[in-house]
Design a protein around this ligand. Structure first.
Ligand SMILES: Nc1ncnc2c1ncn2[C@@H]1O[C@H](COP(=O)(O)OP(=O)(O)O)[C@@H](O)[C@H]1O
Ligand SMILES: [Mg+2]
Length: 267
C-alpha cells in the first residue's frame, strides 16, 4: 500500500508525520519503506540517524527518489507491504506522480489561515489525480494544534475541510509538542517508541497510533489486493515469456514444412 504524505504548504509536518507513521508500522512488525522524494532529505536524515543511534529498533528501509516516481513506486510496492512517501512542498512532480499510483494521500494541516487556504488547491490536485487513479483515499488531519486553540477554532477548521467532498477529515489530530523538535524524536526515534515517561510522550504516542489506525482502517484490504495484482502481473510476465518460447517453437515448425515444400519444388 502506498501512502503519500502531502501538502503544498511547507512546514505543516509532512516529514514528521511520515517518519512517525513509518516507525509505528515498523513497531507493529510491518514491512515498511520510507521513500524520501524531497531534496531537503529530512526523512532520510532521520532514517540515517536511526540506523546509527537506534540500531536495536525495528528496521525502516528508506530510499531517495526525485522527479517522476511512478515506476519506482510501482516496483517497490511489489516488495514492501507499506510505502510511505514524503514529498516536497509546493506543486511538485514528485507529489503529482506519487498520487498517480498511491492508495492514500494523507494531508496534515495546521490551524491557521495559510495552511487551510490551501485546501481548495489540494482538493483540485487530488481530483485531477483521481482521473488517472480513482482509488485514492484522501485524508486531511489537524497537526500542531496548540493548547490555546479553542474548540471553536478546531471545529471551524474541520468544517472548512469537510466542505471539500472527496477529502475526508480525520478524527485523529496531533497537538503541538516540543518533543518532535529536539532530541531522540528529531533524530530517528518514533514517538511510538518512547518510554512514555511524560504526559507529552504518552499523548504523542497515542495520537500517532490513532492516526495510523484511522488512516489504515478502510484501506487494509488493499494490501491483499495489491498482492493479488502483483501475483497476476508476475504470472502474466511468465505467461508472456512462455508465449514467446511457444511462438519461437511454432516458427521453427512453420519454417520446416516450407523448406520441405521448397525442397520438393526444387526437385
Ligand atoms: N505535532 C507537532 N508538534 C510540534 N512540532 C511539530 C509537529 N509536527 C511537526 N512539527 C515541527 O514543525 C517543523 C516542520 O515540520 P516538518 O515535518 O519538517 O514539515 P514539512 O515536512 O511539511 O515541511 C519541524 O520543526 C517539526 O519538528
Ligand atoms: Mg519535509
Amino acid at each position: 500500500m502506498i501512502i503519500v504524505v502531502a501538502n503544498q504548504k511547507g512546514g505543516c509536518g509532512r516529514s514528521t508525520i511520515a517518519v512517525n507513521f513509518a516507525a509505528a508500522l515498523a513497531q507493529q512488525g510491518k514491512d515498511v519503506l520510507l521513500l524520501d522524494a524531497d531534496r531537503q532529505a529530512t526523512a532520510s536524515r532521520w532514517c540515517e540517524n536511526r540506523k546509527v543511534s537506534y540500531a536495536d529498533k525495528p528496521k525502516i528501509a528508506y530510499m531517495q527518489k526525485y522527479g517522476p516516481i511512478i515506476e519506482p513506486l510501482v516496483d517497490l510496492n511489489k516488495c514492501h507491504d507499506y510505502i510511505i512517501v514524503d514529498v516536497p512542498y509546493g506543486d511538485s512532480v514528485e507529489m503529482r506522480s506519487a498520487m498517480m499510483v498511491c492508495d492514500v494521500v494523507l494531508m496534515p494541516f495546521g490551524i491557521n489561515q495559510l495552511d487551510l487556504s490551501l485546501i481548495p488547491r489540494m482538493h483540485q490536485i487530488v481530483k485531477q489525480a483521481r482521473q488517472a487513479n480513482p482509488k485514492i483515499a484522501a485524508y486531511a488531519f489537524l497537526n500542531m494544534i496548540r493548547t490555546y486553540d479553542t474548540d471553536y477554532e478546531i471545529d471551524r477548521a474541520m468544517q472548512i475541510i469537510s466542505e471539500y467532498p472527496g477529502i475526508v477529515p480525520l478524527d485523529s489530530v496531533a497537538y503541538n509538542r516540543d518533543l518532535f523538535l529536539w532530541g531522540p524524536h528529531a533524530q530517528g526515534l518514533g514517538v511510538v517508541e518512547t518510554a512514555g515517561r511524560t504526559d507529552d510522550e504518552i499523548a504523542a504516542k497515542n495520537e500517532i497510533l490513532e492516526l495510523v489506525d484511522e488512516t489504515l482502517k478502510n484501506n487494509e484490504s488493499k494490501i491483499e489486493s495489491d498482492r493479488y495484482w502483483n501475483q497476476i502481473a508476475i504470472s502474466m510476465n511468465e505467461w508472456a515469456f512462455e508465449q514467446d518460447k511457444v511462438s519461437q517453437i511454432a516458427d521453427r515448425f512453420r519454417l520446416f514444412p516450407r523448406k520441405l515444400i521448397d525442397g520438393q519444388a526444387r526437385t
